[in-house]
Design a protein around this ligand. Sequence first.
Ligand code: AMP
Ligand code: MG
Length: 512
Amino acid sequence: MPSTSPDSAAADTVTGPLATTTGGFAFDNSYARLPERFYARMPPEPVAAPRLIRFNHALAAELGLDAAALDSPEGAEIFAGNRMPQGAEPLAMAYAGHQFGHYTPQLGDGRAILLGEVIDRAGQRRDIQLKGSGRTPFSRQGDGRAALGPVLREYVMSEAMHALGVPTTRALAAVTTGEQVVRDAFLPGGIVTRVASSHIRVGTFQYFAAHGDHEAVATLADHVIARHFPEIGGMPDRYLALYEQVLERQAALVAHWMSLGFIHGVMNTDNMAISGETIDYGPCAFMDAYDPATKFSFVDEYGRYAYVNQPRIAPWNLARLAEALLPHVDADTERGIARLGEILGTFPERYRLHWRAHMRAKIGLDREEDGDDALIEDLLDAMHQGGADFTLTFRNLADAVLDDGADEAIRDLFTLGDAIRAWLPRWRARLAHEARPPGDTATAMRGVNPFVIPRNHRVEAMIDAAVTHDDFGPFDTLNDVLAEPFADKPQHAAFQAPPLAHERVTLTFCGT
Ligand code: AMP
Ligand code: MG
């Protein structure tokens, strides 16, 4: 059980954090209405000295919260778990998962507490969860806490992904706890408040399926359908339709990641959200120089979750979801396998369609012609050979649409220039077939090829400033710079630049 704060202990009958009406959270907690075996009800474990590092006003407004009241010491108490907003029904969700290919029957929220759900201004249901909020029955050997560095990384990365247009969980607040956590060293502790359309994962289905609790799988599936895919609710084969929807969203999501050079780093089945949002920002990073084999995660020894493998891992994970749903899709197991397998088999083509749409837009193609795919692949090959920066190459191409004087700057991104020298005239000849005015093409390209991304060396330097020097300036700056990633902002040019050789950070670590 969690310990209580001195404050709440004094109020003798209260065993958890004291409730507060601050913030105007209009909770409606549908997950808490599911059967008790779906979670463990418990409050977060209070911390010594919460301090609000950043509060996301724009997101708070979306959620219909009282931003002014929450951007305060009392808000810090709420986002640290020391006070419970009125109507919260805190719980830790149960789930399982395949981690690096190995099944763990019980994971669950070992360091996170779902406070509840609010309906946002657009009518969407959103989970509000504290991550780093103390031990739960799912903590296993862990301390239930998060170090400040990973909290700041999650905040920056998830908000940057949102600004880039990628479906993702969001960050509402980050606090420091005033406590230390023990990792390789003593580190300051932090808590991030995560907002998601739900925290239901492939691993949530696996948890019940592996326990042979097929009734719970059906209950969960119906909950997911009502919540994320209401349009399929009335279908006779709704679980099959659910599978197809989830698969389609994953195909779209991974293609979007690939188009931006994003590497999730830990695509375990417990880190794949059913909603199709990017979730669990651990060792994730964007690549600088294009190399399909790029991986950052220290624990990913064999590159299972390397950039190039992401479109293969997604269907592997979705096969695990198929296994969990199997008893519900057909009374005949063989037929069920065939029907799910047929949908699973569509993943590569669906992925390819999304990927092609992104990549065509990135090089300014609107009309479709034979040879377009080869043009894209040849550019990527040239980038790989020439070690060209992924983000800058595409961004600079927009300048070269109208002005072949910009070619020079592109060639400078390549250590080996021959392939790109041959490619640029081919591309320009192809662009000449476009019906759109070149100015419109360049503008469209700038709308999909970011000017800035959260470069890993910048993220690491930001974390170092915060953790080592208690300096949150770089954290605030990085968030501000990344808020409009497609806008040309010369004042942010320094954040565009790839790392110099000595600045390069090639390893990232999970938050655990
Ligand atoms: P992650 O690597 O963050 O996706 O976490 C994988 C599993 O380990 C989840 O069940 C987490 O809740 C759990 N976990 C990670 N870090 C901790 C921690 N410090 N204390 C307790 N559980 C943790
Ligand atoms: Mg996880």
